[in-house]
Design a protein around this ligand. Structure first.
Ligand code: CP
Ligand code: NVA
Length: 310
């Protein structure tokens, strides 16, 4: 058994099991991911069948805005029998200089798990380093692994198994693209990422990178896009981003190049007329609103897995 006594300040000798964290998605094995997706599908069909969090609280820290993540985690924790404690930036002493380490120590004394949405990935890593309970990345500048779980669940619903399927992401090589490459790669997806110069994803997890959106989308089973300006990006870059990313808009013509059965995906929030057209967002091929719902089911399966391992 892996053990440590990190959350016990000096002087206390409590020996604790090492918690499992979910910071990038690469913490999971391929078979754990497969089982997690199967479990998420079960929980979707029977939302109140698990009470794994009965009597427990889960701390959910939001240092950035959120609609879907907040709703899906808060509702999901409640469905699992737990109590979600939603904490905005100005509601925790972290915003007044309390250290990440001390915050981790205290949260771990009250919560069975900690979710955090913030900017720096380093902050989440530091929180995980000192926490005695699982830490979940609810979006950072670098990663959005919970979103990728919901995306894979949505593809699984459309196609059965996801291994061997082709996912084309067109647009900014951002946190969502990176998590799709990592988590999608783990699931055996062929992930293609098309971005313009200056907005490329770095080589990650076997993803195929290109600057040609048409090449990426050709014969794909799913076509995905995301906003051109992320919440951790500098607002001053918005104009330049619109100019560079315009040829990567997901419109009906681009989607037409994908496989006849292809589905369109977007993590939301969407900016209609920028990265996606209304025709795709509300059209017959979209599974985007299912994706938004699937956040809850996938995260419940994730919480079950992490709590069981804690
Ligand atoms: N997709 C997603 O994470 O949405 P929110 O920013 O609304 O949570
Ligand atoms: N890339 C986007 C995703 C929002 C869910 C952002 O980070 O703002």
């Amino acid at each position: 058994m892996r053990t440590r006594n990190r959350i016990a300040p000096e002087g206390e000798r409590t020996l604790l099991r090492l918690p499992r964290h979910f910071l990038t998605g690469s913490e999971l094995s391929a078979s754990e991911l497969d089982q997690l997706l199967a479990r998420a599908a079960e929980l979707k069909s029977a939302p109140h069948s698990s009470q794994v969090l009965a009597g427990c609280s889960v701390a959910l820290i939001f240092q950035r805005p959120s609609t879907r993540t907040r709703l899906s985690f808060e509702a999901g924790v409640a469905e699992l029998g737990g109590h979600p404690m939603v904490l905005r930036t100005d509601e925790v002493q972290l915003s007044r200089g309390e250290s990440v380490k001390d915050t981790a120590y205290v949260l771990s004394r009250h919560a069975a798990a900690i979710g955090i949405r913030t900017g720096p990935d380093e902050l989440v890593s530091e929180l995980a380093e000192h926490a005695g309970v699982p830490v979940i990345n609810m979006l950072t500048a670098g990663h959005h692994p919970c979103q990728a779980l919901a995306d894979l669940l949505t593809m699984r619903e459309a196609f059965g198994a996801v291994a061997g399927r082709r996912l084309a992401y067109v647009g900014d090589g951002n946190n969502v693209a990176r998590s799709l490459a990592i988590v999608g790669g783990l699931a055996g997806l062929e992930v293609r990422v098309a971005s313009p110069s200056g907005y490329e994803l770095e080589p990650v997890a076997g993803a195929i990178l290109t600057d040609d959106p048409r090449e990426a989308v050709k014969d794909a089973d799913a076509v995905y896009t995301d906003v051109w300006l992320s919440m951790n990006d500098d607002l001053a870059t918005a104009q330049e981003r619109r100019r560079a990313l315009a040829p990567f808009r997901l419109d009906e013509q681009l989607l037409e190049l994908a496989a006849p059965h292809a589905i369109a995906l977007h993590c939301l929030p969407a900016h209609v007329g920028e990265e996606i057209t209304a025709g795709v967002l509300y059209g017959p091929r979209q599974r985007i609103w299912d994706q938004a719902e699937n956040r809850r089911h996938a995260q419940k399966a994730l919480l079950e897995l992490l709590i069981a391992s804690a």
